[in-house]
Design a protein around this ligand. Sequence first.
Ligand SMILES: [Mn+2]
Length: 328
Amino acid sequence: MTASDREPTASPVGPVDSSRVPRYAGPATFARLPRVDEVGGTADVAVVGVPFDTGVSYRPGARFGGNAIREASRLLRPYNPAQDAAPFALAQVADAGDIAANPFNINEAVETVQAAADDLLDSGSRLMTLGGDHTIALPLLRSVARKHGPVALLHFDAHLDTWDTYFGAEYTHGTPFRRAVEEGILDTAALSHVGTRGPLYGKQDLDDDAKMGFGIVTSADVMRRGVDEITDQLRQRIGDRPLYISIDIDVLDPAHAPGTGTPEAGGLTSRELLEIVRGLAGCHLVSADVVEVAPAYDHAEITAVAASHTAYELTTIMARQVAASRTA
Ligand SMILES: [Mn+2]
């Protein structure tokens, strides 16, 4: 059964009832949702972890990010007032577990992630991926483009991630979007970085990035121009194209996300990030990721809580679209 031939009347299986089982009890799935094997092996939105961080250039530890986000997501509740939607009732959202990627061979890991993402997308799911480091965005984009053609990309990050190679390696957490442009899997008329800031190797980094087609909304732009104006600008650029959103949690200021691998001062607040994401509701969001949560550097789950709420907003957008496409 695929998402498209699921009975419209079938009620999605929701989270564990927190009035009967305390939120802190039992193993953690995202938002206490069922595992995908508990709902017939397929879901409209599959939350999937990629415990992989062999592509990092500085602090390691994002391999533990997915499970940290799951733990921090225990407090997410079924109704999302910001989007006036109950995402887990609108569509079957389920936790698809982790993709087991080889930690000693980046190229093999990239292939493994792509194959697993292909399987999930072919089963009719949209992906809400929990990283892992940003290397994994490349195989995820390959998989999404295989299904939808070149996609618009909205990339929230302190960094450009369009560098060429590190130590000769082409697949790293600083290079996924240059590879994606080279491979023709992005719609270069609709590429945006949001939250960019911090020192670069040289001005050439920006020139190269612009040549690839990216527009940049810096962290300071968000502060000066405000969330609503920025969101309008992004929506105009995206239009009705199939859209992939990739969120490196280091887009947030280290005060809002200390638990990450390459922190930069002067970032977005979690409130700004959540509001921009909510403002993208109604865009044709085909899949998304939240990456670079490294819990060893976190305090009191600050970073993991922010990541869990970000994934919740993205999941809500996708669940609403699934429901809208059923009634269309
Ligand atoms: Mn990144």
